[in-house]
Each structure stands twice: as C-alpha cells, then as structure tokens.
Design a protein around this ligand. Structure first.
Ligand code: NAI
Ligand code: MG
Length: 492
C-alpha cells in the first residue's frame, strides 16, 4: 500500500490539453507492387490501358492499375463462363463450401495487411478497417460457406440452381466488404464471377486475388477487372453475363436498369440513401448522441445507410444539440493510419467537391452551420465534421445524399410527424429509432419505409441479416437467406 501511495505522489500532473501522441499503424505489413494487371482465369493479364491509384490522405501515388477495355471484359467473362461449365457449377455444395471457408480463414489471418491497405487506398480510419471492414468481410464468407451445401433446405421444393456468370460492380466506401457481399453468396450458389472494383479503391480487391490463389480456387471462378465506369458499362452490356449486382449511385443504378430492361438478365441494385435517425425525448440521451455520431461520421459519412437526417423531438432539441456539439469537439480528424483517428480522409477530390457544393447550398438556403475547431492536414482531401441546424425539409441538404460527414438536424413533435418526415424522401435504405419504449419501436418500424430499421443503435451489420432498399435505394437483398435468392434460378 505504502508503495502505491508513493508512486501516486510521483504521478505527473495531467497535461493541460489532451492531444494524443501519434500512434501510426505500420505500413510495412503491406508489400505493394508498382503495377497490377487484370486477374482473369487465374492469371495476371497485362492491360492495354492503365491509371495511377493514390492515397487520398496524402495524394501520394500507390500503384499503376489496369483500365480494362471492353475486350478485356470479354476475356474475363469468357474465363468465368468456361469455369462455370468446367465443373464449378456442378461441384457438390460441400466442396464449394470448403473454398469459401478457406477464403474466410485466410482473410482473418491476413486481416492486418488488408486493413492497412484499405485505409491507405481509401482513406478510412484504421480502427474502422481493422475492427469493422475486415471482421465483417471474413464473417460474410464464413456465413455463406455454411449455406453452400444447404440450398435445398433454404428453398425447399424449388430446385435452386446457379444462375451462371455474375457481373458485379462495387463502390469505394467499403471496398473489400462490398467484394465479400458480392462474391460470397455468388460462389456459395455455384456461380462464377467477374467483379469490378471502384476506380479509386482497387487495391484490396487486387490483393484478394492472392487470397484466391492461396485458397486454390479453380482458375476463372473469380475474375477481377479494374477500371472506371466504362469498364462497368462494358460488363453490364456483355451478353455472356447472366446477372448484374450493382452497388453505387442511384444515377448509375437507373441507367443500368434501363440498359437491362427486357434482356432477361437478373439485376439487384443497392443505391443511395438519406436515412432518418429519429430521437424521442424518452431515449437514453448520451447513448443516442453516440449513435448519432456513429450514424453519420463513421467512414466520413461515405455510407449509403448513414443517418444523415437527424429528427429530434422538439422537447429535447436544445440539450441534445449541445451534447452533440460538445462530442464533435472530441473527434480526431486526420491520418487514417493513426489508431486514434476517428474521421479519416475524403475518398477522392471529386467526392470532396460534391460535399463542398452541397454544404454551400445549405448555407445559402439558410441553414446554420457548426464545425468543431480542428486543423485539417494540408495535403489530401479532408472535410471537418459538420452539423446543420435550422434545416427545412425542402433544403437540398435535407433531400440529397451528401455522402460526407455532414448531418442535417430537423425536429418533430409527435410520432406521426416523425414518420411523415422520415418517409419524405425518394430513398428508403435505413432508419434509426431511439426510445425507451419497445412498443414505440415496433410502431415506428411498421411505418418507416426503409429496408433496415435500427433500434437504439445505428450502422450495425451482420451477415445473417438482409440489407437493401425501398424506392430509389434499389431492390434485392444482400445478406441472410434472402441474399442467396438473386444468385439462384428456380425452374422446374
Ligand atoms: P458511381 O455509381 O459512379 O460508382 C459506383 C461504381 O459504379 C464504380 O465501380 C464505378 O466505376 C461504376 N460505374 C460508374 N458508371 C458506371 C456505368 N455507367 N456503368 C456501370 N458501372 C459504372 O458512384 P460515384 O460516382 O463514385 O459516387 C457518386 C455518388 O454516388 C456519391 O456521392 C454517393 O452519393 C453515391 N454512392 C453511393 C454508394 C452506395 O453505397 N450506395 C456508393 C458510392 C457512391
Ligand atoms: Mg460516378
């Protein structure tokens, strides 16, 4: 005891300010090549056209990658078609499951390497890529591995069969996780795949090809073609593709749907959102503040289901907004590879421009802006966490998806009014409800037109739970038993 007391005396006085010492994650765990080809039929093809991929936090070039042309896409679809016919589709489910289990385990083993690369190429904080993206990606493969030999039980008396070649186009906000959401159910159901990562974040998908080789997946079962929207369009238009799965903007989703109308190809679209996060006056206020922060500042707000519209019951508006502003002051914005960072870099110059434009429109239309004092790095793409109060429903910041760390606060008085305002959007991907009353949660959940309704939490994901939208947020579900269906046909 005496010793403890003495050491107490020697303890230094707490520092005047609570700035954190840097805690950077080591980059050495990732070995990048200078140049990557296209992964087709288990081989690396040299692309005719290339571009540089960069780190959005520093604008430093990371690697040269391929811009796949229509001819390259044709090649990849050919490889997928051949692999489908050449045994993959007729392999027993239990054998397919073994490959998926292997992929899941290798992802777990190499999680640190993938997390660092994800943060480096995409700008998200390492604590998120490490604690959210990687565990969820592995969990998705584990989950669908479990279904591979149980499809007849999942769909009794319906004779589930694979669709064929799946063309999959993914965005840049959760690059490896979206890859997992797409590839795992496709393979579990016996399909083969041509996947196109987003142009700003190709690197974890390219590193994933290494995992496929390690898992000894037969060549051609998964093919990865990098490139921008032109590559995506070539994949959509290819006649050899039987199903398109797309996650991205509503604008491109609509164009794809128009393009595929009447073609007989299966289609699932997971598009934008403008979710309402609804806080009632009987909620646990501090927990709600954490949920609001997680809802909109997680992944810099680059989240299709982000809680970007906060609906607060009028009676608690002032204390809640005060608490929220105080909480924002403690968010650390900066180096994505620092383990203390809460908010990382904006994914690209284009996205930063879009955020700035919408934020300016909010100020012009008359909303009140709040940003906590924070010093943003000089190089790279950054945007401070932002809250808008005094927002009318008609403002663009209350209507359009900003896809950045920007929250719009609105108020309501009654549950009916909350529902009315929450549903007043062309989107319908997610919503959040904060209240002590279970009956109110159920009452709200029945009336909210959103694919996912979180209660007293936000942005929680689980591979067993289906995810997808209403209205302009798209159609089809990913995750859970529902997520198998788009990759199956059920003919007699
Ligand atoms: P985008 O929809 O253009 O890109 C998503 C993917 O589609 C990328 O892989 C892209 O290369 C591909 N693509 C682009 N044009 C295509 C075409 N004509 N045919 C086939 N594939 C095509 O999204 P973008 O431009 O990166 O972001 C714009 C906005 O879209 C964001 O500000 C955000 O509001 C929203 N968005 C929503 C996402 C979501 O998770 N629902 C993800 C990314 C963006
Ligand atoms: Mg675009």
């Amino acid at each position: 005891m005496a010793e403890l007391d003495r050491s107490g005396e020697r303890a230094p006085a707490p520092p005047a300010d609570w700035t954190y010492a840097p805690a950077p994650e080591s980059r050495d765990v990732v070995r990048l090549r200078d140049r990557y080809g296209l992964y087709v039929g288990g081989e690396w093809l040299e692309p005719a056209e290339t571009y540089q991929t960069i780190s959005p936090a520093s604008e430093e070039p990371l690697a040269v990658v391929g811009q796949a042309t229509a001819a390259d896409v044709d090649h990849a679809v050919g490889a997928a078609r051949a692999a489908f016919a050449d045994g993959w589709s007729s392999l027993p489910g239990s054998e397919r499951a073994k490959y998926l289990f292997r992929i899941a385990r290798i992802l777990q083993e190499r999680a640190r390497e993938f997390a660092v690369l994800e943060s480096l190429n995409g700008g998200k904080p390492i604590k998120e890529s490490r604690d959210v993206d990687l565990p969820l990606a592995a969990a998705h493969f584990f989950y669908y591995a479990g279904w591979a030999d149980k499809l007849e039980y999942a769909f009794p008396n319906r004779r589930p069969r694979p669709v064929g070649v799946a063309g999959q186009i993914i965005p840049w906000n959760f690059p490896l996780l979206m890859l997992a959401w797409k590839i795992a159910p496709a393979l579990a159901c016996g399909n083969t795949v041509v996947l196109k990562p987003a142009e700003t974040t190709p690197l974890t998908a390219l590193l994933f090809c290494d995992v496929l080789r390690q898992a000894e997946l037969p060549p051609g079962v998964v093919n990865i073609v990098t490139g921008d929207g032109r590559t995506g369009a070539a994949l959509v238009e290819h006649d050899g593709v039987d199903k398109i799965a797309f996650t991205g903007s509503t604008e491109v989703g609509k164009a794809i749907q128009r393009r595929l109308a009447g073609s007989g190809k299966k289609l699932t679209l997971e598009l934008g959102g403008k979710a309402a996060n609804i806080v009632f006056d009987d909620c646990a206020l501090d927990q709600a503040v954490e949920g609001i922060v997680n809802g909109i500042y997680f992944n810099q707000g680059h989240v299709c289901c982000a809680g970007s519209r906060l609906l607060v019951q009028e009676s608690i508006y002032e204390p809640l907004v005060d608490k929220l502003k105080r909480r924002l002051e403690t968010l650390r914005v900066g180096d994505p590879l620092d383990k203390n960072t809460d908010v990382g870099a904006i994914n690209s110059a284009t996205q930063l421009e879009k955020i700035r434009e919408l934020v300016e429109s909010g100020q012009e239309e008359g909303a009140e802006i709040y940003q906590p004092p924070c010093r943003l790095p000089e190089k790279g793409y950054w945007f401070a966490p932002t809250v808008f109060t005094n927002v009318a429903q008609s403002y663009r910041i209350a209507q359009e998806e900003i896809f950045g760390p920007v929250l719009s606060v609105l108020t309501f008085r009654t549950p009916d009014e909350a529902v009315e305002k929450a549903n007043n959007t062309p989107y319908g991907l997610s919503a959040g409800v904060w209240t002590e009353k279970g009956s109110r949660i159920l009452w709200m959940a029945q009336r909210l037109r959103a694919g996912v309704v979180w209660a007293n939490t936000f942005n929680r994901f689980d591979p067993t739970s289906p995810f997808g939208g209403y209205k302009e947020s798209g159609f089809g579900r990913e995750g859970g038993l529902h997520g198998l269906e788009p990759y199956l046909r059920f003919d007699e």
